[in-house]
Ligand binder design. Structure first.
Ligand code: SAM
Length: 244
């Protein structure tokens, strides 16, 4: 990687934030804002775009597919995918969002065996989630909230069955977003919960996936979006855990 690569700027930015516990800040923020979760003007549209992208990237089978929704929120995307899966386990670090996820599952008449969420910080070690492994793991619009995305990608790869697929949706790199973000007063409230304000470029995401042992990497743009008012693009990245 050359010295002029934008990653260096991002690393620099992150070093300034060292010591800040993004996971704790996110858990606190989302616990305090459970009922605002769906209010973002683009939230429903984005959930529907995510659904289309996931369905296009993986052959979901309602008889067989066992899925993890990592950083599941209140389950806006999981609920859309429920008819296409056998079982969904949502994982999030916000107990408030997990409770809302499970309330809505219950209201929908689904059983926890079909769909449930748990509040846990996964480390990717034996014994977690009752040693369950997954055909597909989705993670939508959460990587930019997570400080150590290399470790997170390795953890998610750990939870895939051999041949299983990781699908990550997030913002493509757009420096103007970060610059505007930094300058815009109304966004200062969010700074403490967004670890990667620039979004991600393809090379960075590819490296995360490859370092986690995933193969057949692909990245495609799925939507143009506005992130807190600023234009950006949303990508879906896909990687496969090799067969044993
Ligand atoms: C913008 S929301 C996206 C929620 C959901 N994936 C969706 O698309 O509707 C970001 C989510 O990431 C979760 N989150 C943030 N940091 C996390 C971490 N370190 N581990 C697990 N979840 C995290 C938050 O609690 C929140 O539910």
């Amino acid at each position: 990687m050359s010295d002029s690569h934008p990653l260096h700027d991002h690393d620099h930015e992150r070093k300034h934030q060292e010591g800040h516990d993004f996971a704790a800040a996110n858990a606190k923020h989302f616990n305090e804002n459970v009922h605002k979760f769906e209010q973002h003007p683009f939230a429903k549209e984005l959930a529907s775009r995510q659904l289309t992208a996931y369905l296009g990237a993986y052959p979901f089978d309602e008889e067989k597919t066992v899925m993890m929704d990592f950083a599941c929120g209140i389950g806006m995307v999981s609920r859309e995918l429920a008819p296409y899966t056998k079982q969904i386990v949502g994982v999030d670090i916000s107990q408030g969002l997990v409770d809302e996820f499970n309330l809505r599952v219950n209201n929908q008449g689904l059983t926890p065996d079909e769909m449930k969420a748990v509040c846990v910080h996964l480390n990717g070690v034996e014994g977690e989630l009752d040693n369950q492994k997954f055909d597909v793991i989705i993670c939508g619009m959460a990587y930019h909230h997570i400080d150590d995305i290399a470790k997170t990608t390795q953890t998610l790869a750990f939870f895939l069955k051999p041949g299983g697929v990781l699908l990550v949706i997030d913002m493509l790199e757009a420096n103007n977003v970060a610059d505007n973000f930094k300058d815009a007063k109304e966004h200062i409230d969010f700074e403490h919960i967004v670890a990667h304000k620039h979004g991600f470029d393809e090379a960075t995401v590819r490296k995360l996936f490859e370092d986690a042992g995933l193969i057949k990497f692909e990245l495609n743009i799925v939507a143009k979006a506005k992130y807190h008012k600023f234009p950006t693009k949303i990508f879906i990245a896909k990687g496969t855990k090799p067969d044993a």
